[in-house]
Design a protein around this ligand. Structure first.
Ligand code: FAD
Length: 109
């Protein structure tokens, strides 16, 4: 990083550095609990987007709703906020304030 700053920007900050911490994917897995240190959760590859991405309504555990980087909409703060808002809408839509479920859990997303 320091070499990069010097080479690409002509700035040598070595003299000014008092503390430096370098995090690797292994650190992120251990310290923050990220699976394999993946900063943005499940990869956004061809086979893990759209209909291939894990459902927000769990198909395994009844009445479990999922939000965050490894389900729709994807990784990153803005998408995770959107994911949480959609999950909240799903709960409201499914339960409709009646105490009984209004829809089947097989519906996407
Ligand atoms: C170093 C770094 C830099 C990043 N920079 C950016 C950026 O600049 N812009 C951007 O958009 N995104 C950035 N991201 C990605 C973004 O932070 C994530 O995509 C997003 O925070 C994922 O949200 P999440 O709710 O899925 O998971 P998290 O934010 O990881 O939330 C999961 C929560 O669940 C808690 N938890 C875990 N296990 C349990 C358990 N068993 N019981 C109770 N609680 C539990 C955790 O403590 C955590 O609080 C960055 C990520 C990292 C690691």
């Amino acid at each position: 990083m320091l070499d990069f700053l010097e080479r690409d920007f002509g700035v040598d900050v070595r003299e000014r550095v008092r503390f430096m911490r370098l995090s690797t994917p292994l650190d992120l897995e251990r310290d923050v609990g990220l699976h394999r240190g993946a900063v943005y959760g499940l990869e956004n590859g061809l086979l893990s987007t759209s209909v291939f991405r894990p459902r927000m309504r769990s198909s395994v555990v009844d009445n479990l709703y999922l939000a965050g980087s490894s389900v729709h909409l994807g990784g990153g703060i803005p998408l995770c906020i959107g994911s949480g808002m959609i999950a909240a809408d799903m709960v409201t839509e499914d339960w409709n304030g009646s105490g009984s479920r209004a829809h089947s859990s097989s519906r996407r997303p």
